[in-house]
Design a binder for this molecule. Structure first.
Ligand code: DAH
Length: 360
């Protein structure tokens, strides 16, 4: 065997023996790279006599073609083998159940859901949202709202008071969202249309009361707002919130220091089989307090009661959430039990809107 045949045989053996693409590339470089063995042979052609070249040329070129062909055949075979191995190792069992992602498993708390629903309804009527702090002054929680100093109504609220500070001022956890009315009137010129959802606190705990609970306050102040407007706003709210076409409401005279006249509102319901249903039946259920803002409150907030007037209401968010979604006990709302949340919570991507449906 001559030199060319020897080289060919050894390169073909190396190609056949290469176990992966990296090893095969090494063989290619050793043969056809700049300093490769076949490249070296090709270079010798230039120095040959025409006769020699006529004889060796086809042999060397033939060797190059053979080796190139063997390299690409081996490369293809190795690629196919690698793919087969990968396919064999990466099996997917398509009969396994799909695991839900966090966006499908997470739940929105019913209170957050109901606040979003309330905001969507009043937002549609042109109300904006106002907020205030949970820790309030006695002045904003009571005095500016026309509770006289020492009046028993202050105690009726079962207030959590803080120890008096150096100036003798006693802060408290707000007992209602009504101080946000005061903050809004003091900060903003009428016309005012706000709702104020938030946490409120009273020393109370049983099946339907927790020391921390939620209220939503509403306030409308301009030069003409009257009880008729208030009735319409509250009726439209109840229809939209409880998702019923017809709601019968009863307005009963009542007393709040910050409204005159003051009214409590009941809605008609049936309690057949222990289940409360709205829009039918002969029973009544109290859902909110409201009235025309007392002239003293307007004056305390820097508004002239001879120019401005308006109405306000306050409603328990937890209570209307329980009524709408049929939850019998308020306490588990705040126990952070994931089983309860999985049952009563809402899907995070189902945002409540009036057009898309509030609670669907
Ligand atoms: N602040 C009252 C409460 O917590 C609820 C309330 C009643 C608010 C009448 C109002 C209102 O704005 O006009 O019991």
């Amino acid at each position: 065997m001559n030199e060319i045949d020897n080289l060919g045989a050894s390169l073909l053996a190396d190609i056949a023996g290469a176990q992966d693409e990296t090893a095969l590339e090494q063989v290619r470089i050793a043969a056809l790279g700049k300093a490769g063995s076949i490249s070296a042979l090709l270079k010798t052609l230039g120095a040959m006599t025409p006769e020699e070249r006529k004889e060796k040329g086809p042999l060397i070129n033939g060797l190059r073609d053979t080796v190139q062909g063997a390299l690409s055949a081996r490369k293809e075979a190795l690629g196919e083998a690698a793919l087969d191995a990968r396919l064999a190792s990466e099996t997917v069992d398509i009969t396994l159940p799909v695991r839900e992602g966090p966006e499908a498993r997470g739940r929105i708390h019913p209170i957050s859901q109901v606040i979003d629903e309330i905001t969507a309804i009043f937002g549609d009527m042109g109300f904006s949202v106002a907020e205030g702090p949970d820790v309030e002054t006695d002045d904003l929680n009571f005095t500016k709202l026309n509770f006289p100093i020492g009046h028993p109504a202050r105690e009726m609220h079962d207030t959590f008071f803080f120890a008096p500070d150096a100036n003798g001022e006693r802060k408290l956890l707000r007992t209602h969202t009504s101080p946000v009315q005061v903050r809004t009137m003091m900060a903003q010129e009428p016309p005012i249309r706000v709702i104020c959802p938030g946490r409120t606190y009273r020393m109370d705990s049983d099946q339907t009361h927790t020391p921390m609970f939620h209220q939503v306050e509403g306030l409308v102040i301009d030069k003409k707002a009257h009880m008729g407007h208030m009735k319409w706003v509250l009726e439209e709210f109840c229809k939209a919130f409880f998702e019923i076409d017809n709601v019968k409401m009863r307005f009963r005279p009542s007393f709040f220091p910050f409204t005159e006249p003051s009214v409590e509102v009941d809605i008609q319901c049936s309690r057949k089989g222990g289940e409360i249903r709205f829009g039918e039946g002969e029973d009544w259920l109290e859902i909110l307090g409201c009235g025309m803002v007392h002239p003293n409150v307007l004056r305390n907030c820097g508004l002239d009661p001879d120019v401005y007037q308006g109405f306000a209401w306050g409603m328990g968010i937890d209570r209307i959430a329980m009524l709408k979604y049929g939850m019998p006990d308020l306490r588990p709302f705040f126990e952070a039990d994931l089983r309860w949340l999985a049952h009563y919570g809402f899907r995070p991507l189902d945002l409540p809107t009036l057009t898309g449906g509030l609670s669907s």
